[in-house]
Design a protein around this ligand. Sequence first.
Ligand SMILES: Cc1ncc(COP(=O)(O)O)c(C=O)c1O
Length: 395
Amino acid sequence: MNTFDVEEFRSETPGCESGVHFNHSGASLPSRSTLETIWDYLRREAADGPMEAANGASMLLEDVRAGAASLIGAAPDEIAFMGSGSAAWGAAFAALPPLAAGDRILVGRQEWGDNLATMQAAAARAGARIETIPVSEDGSVDTSALASMIDDRVRLVSLTWLPANGGLINDAAAVGRVTKAAGIPYFIDAAQALGHIPIDVAALGCDVLKAAGRKFLRGPRGTAILYVRREFQQQLVPPYMDVVSGPIVDGVVTIRNDARRFEASENSPALLLGLGTAIRQARVLGIDVVHERITALSRTLRDNLRGIAKVTVRDLGTDLSGIVSFTIDGMPSSEVRAALAERQIAIGANGVPYTPLDMTARRLDQIARASVSYLNTSSEVALLSEAVAEIAARA
Ligand SMILES: Cc1ncc(COP(=O)(O)O)c(C=O)c1O
């Protein structure tokens, strides 16, 4: 399974020294180089002054943009840097033409709760409707059902590609074929895909895609990338402007001609440069290699968990990601997470608000979520499996 020396990556990751991390879909562990990039830049800000240091960083930041673009098959002018995935999604959504009464928005059942909340508030204001695309037998988005739902009132299709609450990988490209044929804007939430599985925006056929830097990519918290297809950008009026995104020139608001129309001019170069280091490392390593290793480790973890009494693996889908969701009979998932934390093993626990439609449809109120990175090892998978078995035996 090892096509590279995992110990080398682990020794370059301070977080691997203290405990076992299976919360890469919450936030992963940054490498020492990423951290040093951030610290070096903060030192420069302290010495030269923050504005003065930024003058010397602009070319470096354009390299980060080019790296982010290459990672997802986009062009640099299609990338904006944002502070969070949900802020990125919200900015693109708010830039769409206003909704009217009777308009429809179609969403996947695993839609990320923050996106859904943003859509629901806007739909309620306008008298528009949000409708859930049915799922196929394996729980993934049913693209034939989607095709049959399309009419001239549909304003947007939004899909969370890899949901927050389990190992499903939706067929995002198949959805893209339907939206493209119908000429309907298509947004993808790729929060759990970036740095985890290969991404090619052209193959996906999306107009907008966003993801935070802190998850499988191992970038810093407080960073996210927003892709907006070049031709689509002109249809969007950002919800706010500043002197870079939309300055007033001769009395007229002049919106930038690239995705930076969504970007705030005030941001953290230190974090963005740290993101750049994480992107560079991911590209050198190769997302195919990362994906292959994650798939193998998470398959073993699922097999182990399936063999434990009182444990139910909750992942939907046929093609599975590195997010392994499970429950233990008679024990809330927040307690499972706490019991593992006592053993220095970090996992996540998700409630209904993260994926309201899916959790409600499946009558789940919580799931425990162990998310696997290429940084994890087979012995960590064994350790986690044994710990879950002990906890389940006492539940
Ligand atoms: C599908 C999905 N979208 C978005 C997010 C997070 O977005 P944000 O960067 O706003 O926290 C998560 C996880 O935290 C997620 O699983």
